[in-house]
Design a protein around this ligand. Structure first.
Ligand code: ADP
Ligand code: MG
Length: 342
């Protein structure tokens, strides 16, 4: 075969392989877009575990009619403009690939209206060249993305979808993670027409703790420490579950770096080390923790799904976490007799 440039749809489908693993990954990308658009309310509707339909509506800034086609194109983003921007990324997205990828493996429509526009518009990209068509629609200020029939044209991917229940539970888990990352945003989740979750805006610490309780359960909030530590330009805050609420599984570990949820080896290692004297090997700590540090000290462009980061001063960050959590735990009354606890 001679060398040829791939049609846009095929190129996008290949890129989709990296970010669109299952319905939950679609939901993640779309919600991150809502947050980047400054939304304070996000409503998610799922049908049949997301394989049939995913609808995400926000009250963010919206997209101008003239930009809608671009939003669906690959490598098109409003979030970075130069290599310099890449070294201090404040938004969750920046690769300009999600909408193009998702629309290449589903029937996607994007509806949007900005404050300046009277009329809302809906865009779809179709065919091998992903030509975008626009039509007027009804929509309040903000955006909605509807994704129908995920993987309908990529049977190899569709085959990997699990049951409706499993796919939905991945979405629910994801929503919990997102809900804990932004107390200032209201989030709702419906499945097959039924309201499953509703997180209201939580301004003060009490209300935030309530949201934490809605996600991690009552025992966690009865047995947790609130921490808030600043040191130079590092800040670590959130809630640390006491040894009483440690678990056999590591399913209650929520860690955010500059608002981005992370599953990072270095961070997990630091937390485990802080708990070493208080928890037996086979138990996992529960926590909701937020690490904040200057944007230019972390590289988020490590993995397409962005759940790993690279810290410029990895050792320093690691030791800071060990020290803050370690000294919080050491102040507990049980600390001296912790060995007897087990
Ligand atoms: P990225 O988020 O990496 O920029 P996406 O493909 O996810 O790439 O989105 C492309 C662009 O479309 C974004 O940069 C943004 O300008 C716009 N966009 C996407 N979703 C929304 C939304 N919900 N509200 C406003 N703008 C959006
Ligand atoms: Mg995005």
């Amino acid at each position: 075969m001679p060398i040829q440039i791939l049609p846009a749809q095929l190129a996008n489908q290949i890129a989709a392989g990296e970010v669109v693993e299952r319905p939950a990954s679609v939901v993640k990308e779309l919600i991150e877009n809502c947050l980047d658009a400054g939304a304070t309310r996000i409503d998610v509707e799922i049908d049949k575990g997301g394989a049939k339909r995913i609808l995400i509506r926000d009250n963010g800034c919206g997209i101008e009619k003239e930009q809608l086609a671009l939003a669906l194109s690959r490598h098109a983003t409003s979030k970075i403009g130069s290599l310099d921007d890449l070294s201090a990324i404040a938004t969750l997205g920046f690769r300009g690939e999600a909408l193009a990828s998702i629309s290449s493996v589903s029937r996607l429509s994007l509806s949007s209206r900005t404050l300046e526009q009277e009329q809302a518009w809906q865009a779809r990209a179709e065919g091998r060249d992903m030509q975008v068509s626009l039509q007027p629609c009804a929509h309040p200020v903000g955006s909605s993305v509807e994704v129908l029939d995920l993987f309908f044209n990529t049977p190899a991917r569709r085959k990997f979808l699990r049951t409706e229940k499993t796919e939905f539970s991945h979405i629910d888990e994801l929503l919990k993670r997102l809900a804990l990352s932004r107390f200032d945003v209201a989030v709702s989740l419906k499945h097959n027409g039924k309201l499953i979750r509703q997180y209201r805006i939580a301004k003060d610490l009490d209300k935030q703790l309530k949201r934490v309780g809605a996600v991690l359960g009552a025992p966690f909030i009865q047995h947790c420490l609130h921490i808030d530590n600043r040191h130079d330009d590092l800040r670590l805050h959130g809630w640390l579950g006491l040894p009483e609420v440690a678990r056999a599984q590591n399913d209650q570990q929520f860690f955010y770096v500059n608002g981005r949820m992370m599953r990072d080896k270095l961070l997990q290692h630091a937390i485990r080390q802080a708990f070493a004297a208080y928890l037996p090997e086979e138990l996992h700590a529960s926590y909701v923790l937020f690490l904040e540090l200057p944007l230019e000290q972390v590289d988020v462009n490590v993995h397409p799904a962005k759940h790993e980061v690279r810290f410029h001063q990895a050792r320093l960050v690691h030791d800071y976490i060990v020290q803050v959590l370690g000294s919080a735990l050491a102040k507990l009354p049980q600390a001296e007799s912790s060995a007897d606890l087990w």
